[in-house]
Design a protein around this ligand. Structure first.
Ligand code: GRF
Length: 306
């Protein structure tokens, strides 16, 4: 929980095996010189990955690290050395088609994210969109989650949902989800870097920080927030807010719902903070800017009036 925020811009690495459209949205949102963080390294296991070309054309270091047959240990040793040498703070897997070992992932616990095209915990693993169609799901979406030792099993930071339409194919559904992915990933990274999203620590951490009564409440928390994060994270966000504004002694009252205006303000803040991440306004604005050059004049004119 304490990995972020940093008191300086974060250095991000993106691992991608393929076309790299999620990488592109991260490059747009976290360019060189950004106050919150910049993508400074792109790693691929495939030398010909379009993701590497995208990195180069954005002026970002592109590193091919081969994954020979049975060669996970060699890949990970090289990757770890590269990350350390460049002082990387956060690793973002974006269409990285390899499974990293528990040892690697645990070394980066709380500092490694992945994006997956389903509403986890539903449909982990390959062909998530096909799995959703075959299961007759009415709704699909994407999840940005912390990576743990399992496959697509770590705690969710954010999800975005899309409808499934009659007649959808794997391709049409994947495209609808991908559009949301390009918003969800930058939003989730921002939340993590600002210290508002983290894997929920165990109750021992809460006991030490906020006392035994708070730890008992925390241990009993179940379920998820509207964005798909564990409910425990929501409570810790409220606690962290109270700490940051100088009222660490109000955490228990806020959690019990017995406080006054300060405690109520902390909950209101949490709701609004997360709401602000749902539309992903900043990322949408950047996308529009990037699209403008390709748009017909009539569309551009109308857009300029918004
Ligand atoms: C995305 O659908 C992502 O959710 C999944 O792999 C795909 C990568 O697409 N993990 P891209 O390379 O970012 O375009």
């Amino acid at each position: 929980m304490d990995a972020f925020p940093l008191d300086r811009p974060a250095r991000l690495a993106v691992f991608a095996s393929g076309r790299g459209t999620n990488l592109a949205s991260l490059l747009r949102t976290f360019p060189q010189g950004d106050a919150l963080g910049s993508v400074v390294l792109v790693v691929s296991d495939r030398e010909d990955a379009p993701a590497l070309a995208r990195a180069r054309s954005a002026g970002v270091e592109a590193l091919h690290i081969p994954w020979p047959r049975g060669g996970r240990a060699a890949f990970e040793a090289q990757a770890q050395a590269a990350l350390e040498a460049r002082g990387i703070d956060l690793v973002c897997l974006a269409g990285f088609m390899r499974i990293l070992s528990p040892v690697f992932v645990e070394a980066w616990a709380g500092r490694i994210l992945n994006i997956h095209p389903s509403l986890l915990p539903d449909f982990p693993g390959l062909h998530a969109q096909r799995q959703a169609l075959e299961a007759g799901a009415r709704e699909a979406g994407c999840s940005v989650h912390f990576v743990d030792a399992g496959v697509d099993s770590g705690p969710v930071v954010l999800q975005r949902r899309v409808p499934v339409f009659p007649g959808d194919t794997e391709e049409t559904l994947a495209a609808r989800i991908l559009y949301e992915e390009h918003r969800a990933y930058p939003d989730a990274v921002r939340l993590v870097l600002e210290g508002w999203a983290f894997p929920p620590p165990d109750a021992g951490f809460v006991r030490e920080r906020y006392g035994p009564e708070a730890a008992a409440i925390y241990a009993a928390l179940e379920g998820r927030t509207p964005e798909g994060a564990p409910r425990k994270v929501q409570y810790l966000r409220v606690a962290r807010f109270l700490e940051r504004v100088g009222y660490p002694d109000r955490v228990l009252a806020a959690w019990k719902g017995t406080g006054g205006p300060v405690e109520r303000a902390a909950w209101a803040w949490e709701t609004l903070k997360l709401e602000a991440y749902r539309p992903g306004a900043a990322a949408v604005r950047q996308e529009l800017e990037a699209l403008k050059a390709e748009l017909p004049p009539a569309v551009r004119t109308l857009l300029e009036r918004v």
